[in-house]
Design a protein around this ligand. Structure first.
Ligand SMILES: Cc1ncc(COP(=O)(O)O)c(C=O)c1O
Length: 337
């Protein structure tokens, strides 16, 4: 519901929202039931029990899609792989069929969909293709079992973007695959792209605090840290880093392998290792960390008691500050003692 709240303020109709997650609390469910969201993507039978009770107590009905864990290897970083049976997400085929058989016992719930999300930053369509086959088969089985056939299939998100030299999947190939796999199903298809839309639309601009050389190794210590951009520390992800001033990007600029690191007392507070950067980059010079539009600000925190930076929207030659830089006062705003 932390995501639902800004949607409400922005005027997004609740009827366009799906709510996924393995640990929805009764309080969160109640807020979403009240608003009448499009679907709860339910991940376990205990969750169905609670959702049913919540809906009954509010005198409302809730629409449900069961989240299927198809047990396919998304071949992405283990921390963002979600469709293997060892992962915490979703239910397996057997569980889903068992739940569907007795679904009428949930008097306030309507089973209207089946959902999957097998992982993020997928660079190959094969795992998605395998997952789609399994969803198709299961949806057909469910249609035979249920009084009314499923209304929709929610295929999740997951398409990878280009951070480095990787070849991302083309959206055309992805949509073609969906059409091919689900043409016969004749159901509404939902997708939940996240990173594909936002990932390459954002950069993090940071300023060099010190250039430091030790034992032949150069470090650029910058004023952004792992609290601002967690991805490299969390899953060793690659982000392109370029100096803001063209002076440092010219071919003639002398370059050296450099580590670009933050100021936090964690060795993992490192944005890049052995990156070829101009030797001239020094205190006050800015660099841009690329591809920060997804899982950047949204994963940021105040770790190390650090206020977060401003967010600036750039539109052609115009810009607008859309979130203020946090102040020291903001850091203690909620402390009571
Ligand atoms: C259920 C669900 N759908 C969609 C997404 C978006 O994934 P991506 O940004 O990889 O497209 C996520 C990301 O964690 C998710 O958990």
């Amino acid at each position: 519901v932390g995501e639902l709240y800004p949607y409400q303020i922005a005027g997004v109709p609740a009827q366009r929202v799906v709510f996924s997650g393995v640990g929805k609390t009764a309080q969160e469910m109640a807020q979403a039931v009240e608003l009448g969201i499009f679907s709860f993507n339910v991940e376990s039978s205990p969750e169905l029990d609670v959702l049913n009770e919540v809906a009954i107590s509010l005198g409302k009905r809730a629409r449900v899609a069961l989240r299927f864990n198809p047990d396919v290897n998304a071949k992405t970083h283990p921390y963002i792989s979600t469709g293997l049976k060892k992962n915490k997400f979703g239910m397996n085929r057997k569980e889903i069929l068992a739940v569907a058989r007795d679904f009428k016992n949930y008097e306030a719930l309507d089973l209207v969909g089946l959902s999957i999300h097998i992982g993020s930053q997928l660079l190959n369509l094969k795992p998605l293709s395998d997952a789609f086959d399994r969803v198709s088969e299961l949806a057909a089985e469910l249609d035979l079992l249920l009084e009314s056939p499923l209304e929709f299939l929610d295929l999740g998100g997951g398409l990878g973007i280009r951070y480095d030299q990787e070849k991302s999947v083309s959206i055309r190939d992805y949509t073609r695959l969906i059409c091919k796999k689900f043409k016969k199903a004749k159901k509404k298809i939902l997708i939940e792209p996240g990173r594909t839309i936002a990932g390459n639309s954002g950069i993090l601009v940071t300023e060099t605090v010190f250039r430091k050389t030790r034992d032949q190794k150069d470090f650029l210590v910058v004023d952004a840290a792992m609290n601002d951009l967690l991805r490299p520390a969390l899953y060793q992800s690659f982000h392109g880093i370029v100096p803001v001033s063209e002076r440092h990007t010219q071919k003639s600029a002398k370059k050296k392998k450099t580590d670009i690191v933050g100021p936090v007392c964690e060795t993992s507070d490192c944005f890049a290792s052995d990156r070829l950067m101009s030797t001239e980059l020094t205190t006050g010079d800015q660099v841009a960390i690329l591809s920060c539009g997804a899982y950047g600000f949204s994963m940021s925190s105040n770790y190390n008691t650090r206020p977060r930076p401003a967010e600036v929207l750039v539109d052609g030659s115009k810009f607008r500050v859309i979130r203020q830089r946090e102040t020291l006062e903001d850091l203690i705003r909620h402390e009571l003692v």
